[in-house]
Design a protein around this ligand. Structure first.
Ligand code: 13P
Ligand code: SF4
Length: 292
C-alpha cells in the first residue's frame, strides 16, 4: 500500500515498537518536522499525535498528510489560551513568545517562534528580547531558563502527564536497585527528577547518549517507547524504566491496522484552514531558520 500510494511513513519514538519497525524514518519532533519539509514524497503518513501532523501540513500545504488516528492528540498542546497569551504580551515590553511545538496551530499563531526540546536552547539564546514567555510546557521552560540565566522567563502552566508521572520516590527506588546505572531524563520531567539525572536531553539525544556511552546500564526517564530503539541498537546494554512512568496513551493509539486503513482509504487527512495556517507558519519557519 505504501508503494502504491508513494507515501513515506514517519514515526515518533513514542509509538509502539511494531509501528517504529515499519516506518521509513523514526525520530524526535524536530527531526520529523524537518523531514516532512525535505522529503520528496507527496504523501506523508505521520505515526504520532495531531500537533505533529498539523505542523507537517502547515509547513508543506501541498502535501497530503495522513494521521492513522485523528483522535491521537497531545493534551499539553491545548494547555493555554489566547487570552492568557495576550495578557502576558501586553504586560511585558521586550518580550518574545516562544511556543513549544507540542501546541495547537491556534496557540502557535500567537508566538514569535516555535521550539522543540532539541533546539530550544539554541533558538532562545539567539533571541534579542530580554523577556521570554515560554508556553505551554512549564517544565521544559524552567529547564531552559536555568541554562540562560541572563534572560527573564515567564511560563505557561502546561505539562506532560507522561513525564510528570515519573515520581522522585519511584526514581530513587529504581536508582537504589540499580546503583551502577546512569540516569537519563527528558526535560519535560519536573525539576525534582532532572536534579537526579546524569544527562538531560530530547528523545533522540537520550538515545544518542546511551548508544555512544561506555556505560552499560541506564535508567530512562521518558516515555517507554524510547526503550525500543535503545534495546535494538544496544543489545549489550541494560535499560530500566521507572515503575511509575505512564505510557503516552495517544501515541499508543497508532497501530498497524489503522496505518493500513489510512493508506487504503486515504482517510484521516490533516487539514488546516488557510488563514490559521499562515499565522502558525511564521513561528514554525522561524524555528527552522534559527536551528540551522
Ligand atoms: P521530543 O521528541 O522532541 O523529544 O519530544 C518529546 C515529546 O513529548 C513528543 O511528544
Ligand atoms: Fe504529549 Fe506527553 Fe504524549 Fe508527548 S508524551 S504527546 S508531550 S502527552
Amino acid at each position: 500500500m505504501k508503494k502504491e500510494r508513494q507515501a513515506v511513513i514517519l514515526a515518533h519514538y513514542y509509538v509502539d515498537g511494531a509501528v517504529q519497525e515499519i516506518a521509513d524514518y523514526v525520530g524526535d519532533s524536530f527531526y520529523l518536522s524537518r523531514l516532512a519539509v525535505d522529503l520528496p514524497q507527496q504523501t506523508i503518513l505521520f505515526c504520532g499525535v495531531s500537533f505533529m501532523g498539523e505542523s507537517a501540513k502547515i509547513l508543506s500545504p501541498e502535501k497530503t498528510v495522513l494521521l492513522p488516528d485523528k483522535t491521537a492528540d497531545c493534551p499539553m498542546a491545548r494547555m493555554g489560551t489566547v487570552e492568557e497569551i495576550q495578557n502576558v504580551q501586553s504586560t511585558y515590553p521586550d518580550l518574545a513568545t516562544v511556543c513549544y511545538i507540542n501546541s495547537t496551530a491556534a496557540l502557535k499563531a500567537h508566538a514569535d517562534v516555535c521550539v522543540t526540546s532539541s533546539n530550544a536552547l539554541k533558538i532562545i539564546r539567539q533571541l534579542p528580547q530580554q523577556f521570554i514567555y515560554f508556553i505551554p510546557d512549564q517544565h521544559l521552560g524552567r529547564y531552559i531558563a536555568g541554562l540562560i540565566p541572563e534572560k527573564t522567563f515567564i511560563y505557561g502552566d502546561g505539562f506532560c502527564y507522561v513525564h510528570t508521572s515519573i515520581t522522585r520516590e519511584a526514581l530513587e527506588g529504581t536508582k537504589r536497585q540499580n546503583p551502577q546505572a546512569i540516569t537519563l531524563a527528558h526535560p519535560e520531567c519536573p525539576k525534582n527528577i532532572l536534579d537526579l539525572a546524569d544527562y538531560i536531553g530530547s528523545t533522540s539525544s537520550l538515545i544518542k547518549y546511551a548508544s555512544q556511552s561506555d556505560e552499560k546500564e541506564f535508567i530512562i526517564c521518558s516515555e517507554p517507547g524510547v526503550l525500543h530503539p535503545l534495546k535494538k541498537n544496544n543489545p549489550d546494554k541494560l535499560f530500566y524504566q521507572v515503575p511509575s512512568a505512564l505510557p503516552c496513551q495517544d501515541m499508543k493509539k497508532i497501530n498497524l491496522e489503522k496505518i493500513i486503513f489510512s493508506l487504503e482509504t486515504m482517510a484521516n487527512q490533516v487539514e488546516v484552514e488557510e488563514s490559521a495556517r499562515m499565522k502558525a507558519l511564521k513561528p514554525l519557519s522561524k524555528m527552522l531558520e534559527l536551528s540551522l
